[in-house]
Design a protein around this ligand. Structure first.
Ligand SMILES: C[S@@+](CC[C@H](N)C(=O)[O-])C[C@H]1O[C@@H](n2cnc3c(N)ncnc32)[C@H](O)[C@@H]1O
Length: 456
């Protein structure tokens, strides 16, 4: 058991912070009568105590030879190192540590929720509400029901991401801050003047920053709430309507009607076109809509810069790259392996379940040609250690069952709520006296001091 963790506090009915007090003995270097600013930058005191990590330092000899030498050179030796009694308090522990000390592993129930609510509300800076997800993401719009554990019953939220502000009702739309980096990656791949069709746009985390950087964005979402917040966010981020158009329809219809309508001009203007499809449980099922999409277009099309699709999917299994590829090929229904230009792991969702991004080049073969006839997967196709046959469903690599219109999603993970755990909250003002330094801060300072000493 780590000395700096709180004691186990089980079976409590209310959050009594005194129960978390813990006496510890900490190794402490007392330094005085010397030019302390050399060791602790900006110090003006005549005496400073530097607390060391008790897990790492039990005696003078625990310090490295180099550290001892620089300290010796400053006339600091083992007589300066003493064990000092210290009382750690609730305020010194992180929310995560406090939760672990209160909640037995894997236990659910009324008190568990009460404590989670109260502790997170108390510990997370600026927290307005703590919610518990009461169902799995099991509906078309990817939102979930929530119960408020502590704080306001109002789920209106404002978040900042990639230089834009997004406002939405978290109980009615999909939002996942864990996708921030992926949104940023895509925004960085696309240049001003490029065209983007965002088939499952949500409240706009791809579309809004892209339109802000003057890409021509066509953003669609089936959920009327998402669509309304998407438009709100477009206005709030001062998007020019030249760069932003929104649609509220099924992704398939959006492809067959709107992408079909706007794509020919983009191709003939030699614009780079990107199609973003982030509905990982289902998006691959919409790929078929691209086959022969521009077949009956009456004039010749310029495919010198073929449209690029970023389609997201879940891959469950060790060979996640091959699984993601096979999902794409299976859903096209013919061999498109030469059109898959990249398979990228976006994030780990849970054990053995990865969110993947597959990049596909939609060339003339696919959009206007006879490829489906030529390349049907009659014989089956080897991919990694997987054999794919048309008509034989590849193992369902998501936990979703259902179809494009009526999705049932079985996700076991409980989302912790729209709050992030804070960094360890051990600010010096919250520590009991001895002096104003806190354990972690001083440890950091000692490291800095050692660095300073090395440089002397
Ligand atoms: C996983 S969210 C992604 C939202 C956003 N692009 C992001 O990256 O956070 C999928 C979105 O697709 C929308 N959606 C679900 N089924 C749809 C369909 N058939 N057609 C269009 N949008 C759909 C949902 O409402 C949801 O906003």
């Amino acid at each position: 058991m780590n000395i700096l963790k709180p004691p186990e506090v089980r079976e409590i009915t209310s959050l009594d912070k005194k129960l978390f007090q813990k006496e510890v003995q900490l190794p402490c270097l007392t330094l005085k009568d010397m030019k302390l600013s050399q060791i602790v930058p900006h110090n003006t005191e005549s005496e400073v105590r530097i607390f060391l990590d008790p897990e790492k330092v039990s005696a003078w000899t625990s310090l490295t030879e180099d550290a001892r030498k620089v300290l010796n050179d400053l006339k600091v030796d083992e007589t300066n190192l003493k064990k000092v009694e210290y009382v750690l308090q609730y305020e010194n522990f992180t929310a995560d540590d406090v939760l672990k000390s209160v909640l037995p592993p894997d236990k659910e129930g009324k008190h568990v929720k009460l404590h989670k609510g109260e502790i997170l509300y108390d510990k997370v800076h600026g927290c307005k509400s703590v919610v518990n997800k009461t169902n799995m993401i099991d509906n078309t719009y990817r939102n979930f029901k929530m119960e408020v554990l502590k704080g306001d019953d109002d789920m209106l939220t404002t978040v900042k991401e990639n230089g834009c502000t997004f406002k939405f009702d978290f109980s009615k739309v999909y939002w996942n801050s864990r996708l921030c980096t992926e949104h940023e990656r895509i925004v960085n791949k696309v240049n001003s003047g490029d065209v983007v069709f965002d088939v499952f746009a949500g409240v706009g985390p791809f579309s809004v920053p892209l339109a802000k950087k003057k890409c021509y964005v066509y953003a669609n979402d089936l959920n009327p709430d998402s669509y309304n917040w998407l438009n709100h966010n477009a206005k709030a981020n001062k998007l020019n309507e030249t760069y932003f158009k929104s649609f509220n329809k099924d992704g398939g219809e959006f492809i067959r009607e709107d992408i079909k309508k706007y794509l020919p001009d983009c191709l003939n203007n030699k614009q780079n076109v990107y199609i973003v499809m982030n509905l990982p449980a289902l998006a691959v099922q919409f790929l078929k809509d691209f086959i022969g999409l521009l077949k009956n277009y009456d004039t010749e099309l310029n495919f010198s810069s073929p449209p690029i699709v970023f389609v997201y999917c879940f891959a469950k299994g060790e060979d996640y790259v091959a699984i993601a590829k096979s999902l794409v090929i299976e859903n096209f229904g013919f061999d498109v392996s030469d059109k898959i230009v990249d398979v990228f792991k976006v994030r780990t969702v849970s054990s053995m379940k990865e969110m993947m991004r597959v990049t596909i080049k939609l060339d003339g073969d696919l959009l206007v040609g006879d490829l489906p006839k030529k390349r049907k997967l009659e014989e089956g196709l080897e991919l990694g250690n997987k054999k794919i046959n048309v008509g034989v469903k590849v193992e369902d690599t998501t936990e979703d069952v259902g179809n494009r219109q009526g999705l049932v999603h079985l996700e076991n993970k409980i989302r912790k709520g729209p709050v992030k755990l804070p960094k360890p909250d051990i600010s010096s003002s919250k520590l009991p006296t001895i002096n104003d330094e806190d354990v972690l801060e001083t440890q950091k300072k000692l490291e800095e001091a050692t660095q300073v000493l090395h440089n002397i």
